[in-house]
Write a protein that binds this ligand. Sequence first.
Ligand code: LMR
Length: 396
Amino acid sequence: MFQSIERRPPDPILGLSAAYKSDTNPKKVDLGVGVYKDEAGNTPVMTAVKKAEQLLWMTEDSKSYIAQAGPELFIKHTAELVLGAGHAALKDKRVATVLAPGGSGSLRVAAEFVAKNFPGTRIHVSDPTWNNHIPLLGSAGLQLELYPYYDYASHSIKFDQMMDKLKGAGKGDLVLLHGCCHNPCGADLNREMWKAVADAALAQGFTPFVDLAYQGLGDGLAEDAYGLRLLADTLPEVIVASSFSKNFGLYRERTGAVMVIAGTSAAAEAANSQLLVTAREIYSVPPAHGAYLVAMILDDAALRTEWDAELTEMRNRINGLRAMLVSRLKERGIDRDFSFIANEKGMFSFLGLTPAQVKTLVEKYSIYLVGSSRINVAGVNNANIDYLVDCIIAVL
Ligand code: LMR
């Protein structure tokens, strides 16, 4: 039976970790997978998370299944973190929130839910987008279409072209938007652009589907949810996939939430029931550990303050690294403007290198980055920045 199975290449992002680990070059630099790294190159467990884990260890008295939608406190705090406490959609009980395994699990549950209830639905996704959006949403049964987004030459958003393309999106279509910290390009919509998207959605009837994987890593928790909240203020229906992998550092715990904002509380209840059936058909019941930690931290003033401070430190470090990389490259007098890196947000930016230049960085210099020249800025530190800059200059 398995004789004819074709071997598949490693994942273009996750495969970089294995390659980095097996590289014996002492100068190797890991700018691949999007995980936060501190100055020492580690991805630590946040102190607030450690404290919550201790508390959970002492108080958890069963490993029986949790409620299918997730712990009540998790649902409450997730919805408030994303939409803002007191949001009209929450007051009106128009939001179905369901715990799912990470941001990817949330995207998948939402996509399956839409595909099952509305077969043949089109989803418009930005060009470029996160590599895994395409198979993840496509194999759930959604029909993918690209809209122009990032201009590689000017390192800016092709907003007019984007909106032109989205004129073709109407009622029954989904438009996938990165809530903040666009993956892979780091170029986010500004407030006027979000307003234009919200107006277009209202006029044309398409439904925004917001991937919010990096809330708190761009400008701040509320600032990073600005666009999404504007959509939720303006439109009756929005879908959100939210992740706690990055902002709580809970990567391996697979903790995220899918939220369906509906026009009425009855529609939200029905959507909730559909999300639960969808999840049951895929993985049955969600993992509990990360969800309990998120709920405990967000529900406890001291833990929440500590977590917020740690997240702020992470965000400031990333923004500081962006500025530092730009100034180090500039100091070397190279004939290329990298200042866009300082204006972009979150973990990622494109260096703007050709595939051949990326190949040289990986194979000759042991600098690991995605083939598109996407770097994880958080992988830069004081110990590797000079080497990194030398190597960028060498390949240029
Ligand atoms: C990334 O884009 O590097 C992260 O979201 C990790 C992943 O699963 O690809």
